[in-house]
Design a protein around this ligand. Structure first.
Ligand code: AMP
Length: 220
């Protein structure tokens, strides 16, 4: 029996835990984790044309223009590993991106099955971002206090060096939060209206957020 591909969107402000939770949910759901921010960082690392274009916006804490972002994510979703769907993290982030995604899925007779909104107050986010560290090799995310690696500065997965994202510095974080509230948070209502939104309290220990998300996807 063939089943319909399943597309799940993770919504939430920067550092709400989307990436951390997606890494756990993808095991539970057996879906690939597609993070637009990771795709951009990959392009930055490889110094592609797309990476050079995106860097200007990322450094300012702005969103990369919709046309570039939509094309990049759609190309990624067209690859064979997404044949059964995907867990989308950081995309869509604007109404135009959500519409482009809806349209592409409608073309396959499909739609978003779930939008998981991880809610976290702004003051908690600023503290989380300042302690966030990423692996240079695999992109795994840590927090110096809330989710430390076994050995400081070293990735548990592959021994890669941990670094702080340029756009995690305080000036840029404030801008990213502003952009989130202005351009991305309206999607909460969009998905609520579509009847697919489920809100989870992201201001809890990582395992407790995972447990709440697990309960939601189990019931889906
Ligand atoms: P993230 O890792 O999700 O926090 O994304 C890092 C940065 O990449 C953002 O601040 C944006 O500049 C850019 N970016 C990631 N996803 C998107 C998106 N869906 N639309 C526009 N820009 C994005």
């Amino acid at each position: 029996m063939t089943t319909q591909p399943k597309y799940i969107v993770l919504l939430g402000p920067p550092a709400s835990g989307k990436g951390t939770q997606a890494a756990r949910l993808k095991e539970i759901l057996d879906l690939p984790h597609i993070a637009s921010g990771d795709l951009f960082r990959e392009n930055l690392k490889n110094e592609t044309e797309l990476g050079k274009k995106a860097k200007v916006y990322m450094d300012r804490g702005d969103l990369v223009p919709d046309d570039v972002t939509i094309a990049m994510v759609m190309e990624r979703l067209s690859r064979p590993d997404c044949a059964n769907g995907a867990l989308l993290d950081g995309f869509p982030r604007t109404i135009a991106q959500a519409e482009a995604l809806d349209q592409a899925l409608a073309g396959q007779g499909n739609k978003i099955s779930l939008a998981l909104y991880i809610a976290v107050p702004d003051e908690v986010l600023v503290e989380r971002v300042s302690g966030r560290r990423l692996c240079r090799l695999c992109g795994e995310s840590y927090h110096v206090r809330f989710n430390p690696p076994k050995q400081p500065g070293v990735c548990d997965n592959d021994g890669g060096e941990l670094y702080q994202r340029d756009d995690d510095k305080p000036e840029t974080v404030r801008k990213r939060l502003q952009v989130y509230w202005e351009q991305t948070s309206p999607l909460i209502e969009t998905y609520r209206d579509q009847g697919v939104l489920v809100e989870v309290d992201g201001d809890q220990a990582i395992d407790d957020v995972t447990a709440d998300l697990r309960a939601v996807v189990a019931g889906d």
